[in-house]
Design a protein around this ligand. Structure first.
Ligand code: HEC
Length: 142
């Protein structure tokens, strides 16, 4: 009499070892990104603003970070040292003030140093950018 046979158990273990990694990889496909209004806003922002502004918190460039700018008072970004003094807290950034400022900065704040920025005459582009600045910050922190 030989000892108990363990061959069938070993076979099951071997089969699981082979199937395991293969089945784990099967579900890994990245869904294709779809174009949304957010994307259009991001593109407009990148085109007209991103040379000087980031939307990441505390990421100041030539201009101050625009993180959470919608609803904020003007000229208050912490850690940004280059304000002209032309942007004062009696300005609150809402649809109307942002629209006017982006169209023609000096029309809103005559002393502003947001230059050399030519103004953005296209109202639909301004709207896209304003909606983009309004969107929850976590969507934009990339
Ligand atoms: C050439 C660089 C430059 C470009 C391009 C530019 N900005 Fe600015 N921005 C600045 C500077 C500099 C300031 C600070 C101005 C000041 O203190 O008077 C500023 C200030 C601002 C502020 C006020 C921030 C605050 O803390 O109150 C807003 C809002 C703003 N920019 C939005 C925009 C948007 C939106 C665009 C694109 C449509 C844009 N900027 C394009 C340089 C730029």
């Amino acid at each position: 009499m030989s000892g108990p046979k363990k061959r069938s158990t070993l076979r099951v273990v071997a089969a699981l070892a082979i199937l395991g990694p293969g089945s784990a990889m099967a579900g890994e496909s990245t869904p294709a990104p779809s174009a949304t209004a957010d994307d259009a806003g991001q593109i407009a922002f990148n085109t007209h603003c991103r040379n000087c502004h980031s939307v990441k918190q505390d990421d100041h460039r030539l201009g101050p970070s625009l993180h959470g700018i919608f609803g904020a008072k003007a000229g208050q970004a912490k850690g940004y040292a280059n304000y002209s003094g032309g942007l004062t807290p009696d300005i609150t950034w809402d649809e109307a003030t942002l629209d006017k400022f982006i169209a023609d900065p000096k029309a809103l704040a005559s002393n502003t140093t947001m230059t050399p920025y030519p103004g953005l005459p296209d109202a639909s582009q301004r709207k896209l950018i304003i909606d983009y600045l309004k969107a929850p910050a976590q969507k934009k922190d990339s």
